[in-house]
Design a protein around this ligand. Structure first.
Ligand code: ADP
Ligand code: MG
Length: 355
């Protein structure tokens, strides 16, 4: 009947819509990784391990020792807008955790094969579940889709296989797995610097040693050294400033005038999210211009804590671009503070060489 035809057409549309929406949130393996990393941090993990095959396109696995997921929550884990972190719209204003919209795992389930193994402190065993298109799904055709009991440690392991398997055009667009791996490593090293108290390790599938690792006890400077090298770590100055009028605190580490490379490395965290801001980057580069040789650039790790009511975190599906009130004023004050620190180090150096 005409009616039956129409219903089929609607079902197809919804499937396409879900895939498109998912592809906007998860553009590359690094975006899936970032969401999962933030979930692990949100869960209070102190150790996070990542395993990668073919730049994350074949396999992306993250194992944490966080609080785990209740068995009863597994059936709805991958439904869109299902989150344990947000109850009212007002909560958006004061949200302290990374995730808040419950879209990440749902999205991944629409464009990859997703498996979750998890155990909470009160459960006597771990539970494993597979997902497809937002719902529990059997591990193999014909089996039950219900979560299955299994052995496992406290925490959560999320395995993402064959990312974009059902979006062949997107899949084909990834020319180089090593490029995707580099982007994954970039996300992890940023969080490894920022999250003191958390151990991180990343491994390529089939390799025995870790590509990058840092112990839970490592200091901030150790973390920067492990991730960005001794050349950066030995030329760091710590900075800190705040202003009640604009409702912000800024702190971090930036290289002094002895350090100069071709490209700026900016690790920017706004309210503990790794974000990008071309405005902040430009202002920092201008600040360093008078201290570095022509074409020279710094390494800067900047944490901005801004009153949540002044930050708009809900601006872009990928949540990379964060805007806040009085950007210009805040950026100015941060750069003045960095400049003062640069000038101090510069004077002591000049003084040393003169005596
Ligand atoms: P959001 O982070 O926005 O809540 P996600 O889709 O990223 O949405 O995750 C959905 C829910 O799954 C989270 O709210 C959380 O309850 C649970 N979850 C996901 N990953 C983990 C994890 N590693 N440990 C514990 N709970 C998790
Ligand atoms: Mg999340």
């Amino acid at each position: 009947s005409p009616r039956g035809v129409k219903r089929t057409a609607e079902a197809l549309d919804q499937d396409v819509v879900n895939k498109i929406a998912a592809g906007e949130i998860i553009v590359a393996p690094m975006h899936a990784l970032k969401e999962m990393l933030e979930n692990s941090v949100d869960a209070g993990s102190t150790a996070i391990e990542v395993l990668v095959k073919d730049g994350g396109l074949k396999l992306l696995q993250i194992t944490d020792n966080g609080h785990g997921i209740e068995k009863d929550d597994l059936p709805i884990l991958c439904e869109r807008f299902t989150t344990s972190k947000l109850k009212d719209f007002e909560d958006l204003m004061s949200i302290g955790t990374y995730g808040f919209r419950g879209e990440a795992l749902a999205s991944i389930s629409h464009i990859a094969h997703l498996r979750v193994t998890t155990r909470t402190a009160t459960s006597s065993c771990a539970w494993q579940a597979h997902y497809a298109d937002g719902k529990l799904s059997p591990a193999k055709p014909g089996q039950s889709a219900d979560p299955k009991p299994c052995a496992g440690r406290l925490g959560t392991q999320i395995t993402v296989e064959d990312l974009f398997y059902n979006i062949p055009n997107r899949r084909r667009a990834f020319r180089s797995p090593s490029e995707e791996y580099a982007k994954i490593l970039d996300v992890i090293t940023r969080y490894a610097v920022h999250r003191q108290g958390v151990a991180f390790s990343v491994k390529k599938h089939g390799e025995s040693g870790a590509g990058f690792s840092v112990a839970a006890a490592a200091t901030k400077i150790d973390r920067i050294k492990q991730a960005y090298g001794g050349g950066v770590a030995k030329e760091l100055m710590q900075f800190e400033t705040e202003d009640a009028k604009w409702g912000f605190k800024a702190s971090g580490y930036a290289t002094n005038a002895n350090y100069s490379v071709k490209r700026t490395t900016l690790l920017l965290f706004i309210n503990n999210r790794s974000v990008e801001s071309s405005a902040v980057k430009k202002a920092i580069e201008q600040t360093y211009q008078m201290f570095l040789p022509k074409g020279g650039h710094p390494f800067v790790y900047l944490c901005l804590d801004i009153e949540p009511s002044r930050v708009d975190v809900n601006v872009h599906p990928t949540k990379r671009e964060v805007h806040f009130l009085n950007e210009d004023e805040i950026i100015d004050l941060v750069c003045i503070n960095i400049r003062e620190n640069l000038a101090k180090v510069d004077t002591s150096r000049t003084f040393k060489t003169q005596t």
